[in-house]
Design a protein around this ligand. Sequence first.
Ligand code: ZN
Length: 201
Amino acid sequence: MKIICIGRNYADHAKEMSAPLPETPIFFMKPETALLRTRDFFYPKFTSDLHYECEIVIKIDKVGKNIQEKFAHTYYSSLTLGIDFTARDVQKKCKENGLPWEIAKSFDQSAPLSKQWISFKDVSQNISFELEHNGDIVQKGCSDHMIFSFDQIIAYVSRFITLKKGDLIFTGTPSGVGPVKIGDQLKARLMGEEILSFYVR
Ligand code: ZN
């Protein structure tokens, strides 16, 4: 199983990062060891500027390579929410030196994920979600604000990498990303329903 994450998929987030809008999807990967499903998150020692990024996550249902956009919808049927934790200080150094982002993005437990999967049949076309940080709503997103749709992401990624059953795609974060500290609580809601809640320890 692998986790594919899309960068800069919301114009408002690209703007807050002073990054140009992408012409094709930008992706990076996290290993299976990044998943965190049932426990609280432990703040890693190698960063002092850890940021949350709340994202819609879709699960791949069957193997596929070079998937055409018009058939991409047959490759997934459920979604949930996850956090793409990012060591922003480490990522900044990687960017400045033209280095890969793995040490900033792909470390153990960097991908807390809700245990609750929701069928696409049960949601409207525009999927809204939000992240609450210590009681304040800090991120609000809607799938129709994504620069690249789920289908476009699948078509693009599968040109390079075979997608397999159980693979996850984190589809990018809206604006409002920010730092967490030990003791903080994060809660994520999909279409108004809380499906992920944990503490930073
Ligand atoms: Zn992200």
